[in-house]
Ligand binder design. Sequence first.
Ligand SMILES: CSCC[C@H](NC=O)C(=O)N[C@@H](C)C(=O)N[C@@H](CO)C(=O)O
Ligand SMILES: [Fe+2]
Length: 253
Amino acid sequence: MASILPSHLLHHHHLRCSALAAIPNRFFYLTLSSSSRTKSAFSASQNEFASLGDLEFEAPLKIAKYPDPKLRKKNKRIGTFDDNLKKLVDEMFDVMYETDGIGLSAPQVGINVQLMVFNPVGERGEGEEIVLVNPRVGKRSLNRTIYNEGCLSFPGIRGDVKRPEYVKIDALDVKGKRFSVSLSGLPARIFQHEFDHLQGILFFERMADEVFDSIRGQLQALEIEYEEMTGFPSPEKIESRRTRKVPSGFGKS
Ligand SMILES: CSCC[C@H](NC=O)C(=O)N[C@@H](C)C(=O)N[C@@H](CO)C(=O)O
Ligand SMILES: [Fe+2]
């Protein structure tokens, strides 16, 4: 079974012998085939770099729930590859596993920078831990698939989302080394979900209108919970939203 990333780019090398091999039908890691119909989708660059203060965090990390405004803030690029960044990555994996996640973006833990982690197996010590810093999307397939997604910032809420099946990306690893990789199947799905978080886009905005309507009440319940917890009015009101704001897929392009 091919690995998602070359071995030297895996977060923990001991995870290289992937448990994915045990469930071969669930994941497909392919490079883009020449027959794939693709279009270029490089996103607009976000040029502002994070300061050391922007990368300060307190462990254990907590996941920001909708409609926390941190989920909508601009996420700065990372230019410092130090021990603090490695610790942040470790803490992100910790909270991701503890909350039964398979992916997590930095804004979801209140750190507004271009960083995501994922492991499609979702179990510590199994599968592959992937860390992407300042990711950019190259080509994506026109072919789209539907998957019933959940988001750690929307506990208990799920909905079908249509997204491209393949994406080609480039990013930096936790040491600042640039690499490119083509993803498909669940890794491509997770990447696109997390990449959206880095653009301030939330999964319900990718849902077809009827799917969105089916979770409207649950979103409103989260808004009420936020108001009760913080004493502030919800910064967004699902009640007044009629149709989705962004097209199906990922990113703002
Ligand atoms: C399909 S992309 C979902 C990524 C998401 N990460 C950030 O919000 C995430 O981890 N969501 C979880 C609810 C999730 O998908 N968990 C797995 C394993 O429990 C699931 O299949 O529900
Ligand atoms: Fe999410």
